[in-house]
Ligand binder design. Structure first.
Ligand code: FAD
Length: 229
């Protein structure tokens, strides 16, 4: 819990101890959404990944699968198509139900090495110690196919860890904290945000670290200007 109502800011730790501070930097990150399959969690880090631009390179020259149908999934499928021999893209709905913008859909459909499985869902990620295949079910025909792949990418969205700031801080419709452009300042003086919790575009370690540095400098300047440091 947090309480940003007073002149000093309060943050509760481990649901018991309250800490008071003149400046707070929020860097709670964003969590990838998962399908919820046991095999997906067991093989996480062994071919299962939620970040194609981070881990795609390890599967250069191999066949990979990706699940998702939004702009991010399309962007990641296109990125993978430049590295992998074939990208098997699993889409739960049909061509008319895809969430991605038309321009991204068209780019994916036109890529010669992206094979789209419409109206399909992932039954299981197959492999004892690393990803070896993915089992895909066509929900219209009921057909189940096992496709050999070396990696399985999940691109069904991220959830910014910002619930505890609801009602205090400005956030977009997805829950990403909003900062004054070019700074880490939130709508409350002395409260700053850095990293993935305020960045739905890049979500990379290096950008998170950079914005963390910005937040540290912003906080130091804030404390200095207020005569608190
Ligand atoms: C599979 C994968 C591979 C990746 N590979 C790369 C890569 O190769 N290169 C790269 O640049 N980036 C990579 N990334 C992205 C990178 O990990 C993130 O961009 C980066 O870690 C974001 O840093 P952050 O500090 O904002 O958040 P995080 O690293 O997510 O840290 C947030 C922390 O806040 C904690 N937290 C959340 N809520 C609360 C709360 N209420 N109270 C207290 N603590 C809380 C969390 O437990 C966590 O420890 C990868 C991401 C994934 C998922």
């Amino acid at each position: 819990k947090v309480d940003f109502s007073g002149p000093t800011h309060k943050v509760q730790i481990d649901e018991e101890k309250w800490i008071e501070a003149n400046a707070v930097i929020i860097c709670t990150g964003a969590s990838a959404k998962w399908l919820g399959l046991e095999s997906e969690q067991r093989l996480n880090g062994f071919g299962v990944s939620a970040c194609a631009v981070c881990d795609g390179f390890f599967f250069r020259g191999k066949e990979v699968a990706i699940v998702g149908a939004g702009d991010t999934a399309c962007e990641e499928a296109l990125y993978l198509s430049k590295l992998a021999t074939t990208v098997h893209m699993i889409v739960r709905k049909g061509p008319d139900g895809m969430k991605a913008s038309k321009v991204m859909q068209d780019r994916v459909k036109q890529a010669s090495n992206i094979k789209i499985y419409w109206n399909s869902e992932t039954v299981e990620v197959v492999g004892a110690n690393k990803v070896e295949a993915v089992t895909i079910k066509d929900n219209q025909s009921g057909t189940v196919a096992t496709v050999p792949v070396a990696a399985f990418f999940v691109a069904i969205g991220h959830q910014p860890n910002s619930d505890i700031f609801k009602g205090w801080l400005d956030m977009d419709e997805a829950g990403y904290l909003q900062t004054v452009p070019g700074t880490s300042k939130t709508n409350i003086a002395g409260v700053f945000a850095a990293g993935d919790v305020q960045d739905k575009n890049y979500r990379q370690a290096v950008t998170a670290a950079g914005s963390g540095c910005m937040a540290a400098l912003d906080a130091e300047r804030y404390l200095g200007a207020a005569g608190l440091h």
